[in-house]
Design a protein. Structure first.
Ligand code: PGA
Length: 251
């Protein structure tokens, strides 16, 4: 049976106590399926509490929403991959649309972050996706491929394909994030196929490709029905534990 990854991006919500309460409810009610992984991306201050709460539960892990590429230093407000790993993170989002478009993160930054994540045994979840104008101009694939190339630009030569096996890519069209507009499952699947082909041409046949952007309990089944969609990255609809339990039980 095909493996699926359900990733919850809590953005700037749920401090340590609220995260623990949420996860305690989730763990009590979630019916574990061996072919399904569930990852939570709380705000950095909640990573340690969250990872302690899920510790020992197979298939459930915690990650960080962002990392800095430097291992340490005078970088006020930043969290390195090493610090995140020490707090219990197993994965890191890289290049989320809000990091790119609100905080000005560049393609080059994403390349440094993917490398730092891999160097500290965090699975990078590289987020890519086009803006609405880019889609209208027919540039979706070009934009996504540019973001993939930049995100994977700093992998050590020769070890590329081995490292890419630990990569997760999340295709999140910018216009679909938090807007209630989703790409149709078919449109998303076409972009996933292009991403898969791009990765396969570089020897990465095992990387996992997620869809994100206004995923909810009502549209999850149709998205998962597309074989190209190997999981989802969910913001708003993951904040309510009931809605997230429904999403994680779909398909
Ligand atoms: P959304 O966010 O589900 O609220 O659209 C997805 C994301 O930003 O990862």
């Amino acid at each position: 049976m095909k493996r699926h990854l359900f990733a919850a991006n809590w953005k700037m919500h749920l401090g340590p106590k609220a995260a623990q309460e949420y996860l305690a409810t989730f763990l009590r009610r979630y019916r574990n399926r061996p072919e399904r992984d569930v990852w939570f991306f709380p705000p950095a201050v909640s990573v340690e509490a969250a990872s302690q709460t899920v510790s020992g539960h197979a298939g459930i892990a915690v990650g960080v929403q962002d990392i800095h590429w430097e291992p340490k230093g005078a970088l006020t407000g930043a969290v390195s991959a090493a610090l995140a790993a020490e707090a219990g993170a197993k994965a890191a989002l890289v290049g989320h649309s809000e990091r790119r478009h609100v905080f000005g993160e560049t393609d080059a930054d994403t390349g440094r972050k993917v490398r730092a994540a891999l160097d500290h045994r965090l699975t990078p979840v590289l987020c890519v996706g086009e803006k609405w104008e880019e889609r209208e101009r027919g540039e979706t694939e070009r934009v996504v491929e540019r973001q993939l190339a930049a995100g994977l630009a700093n992998l050590p030569a020769g070890r590329e394909s081995g490292q890419l096996g630990r990569l997760v890519v999340a295709y999140e069209p910018v216009w679909a994030i938090g807007t209630g507009k989703t790409a149709t499952p078919r449109d998303a699947a076409l972009v996933h196929r292009a991403i898969r082909a791009w990765l396969a041409a570089r020897g990465a046949v095992t990387a996992c490709i997620l869809y994100g952007g206004s995923v909810n309990a009502a549209n999850i089944a149709d998205l998962l029905a597309e074989p190209e969609i190997e999981g989802v990255l969910v913001g708003g609809a993951s904040l309510d534990v009931e809605s997230w339990l429904t999403i994680c039980a779909a398909g």
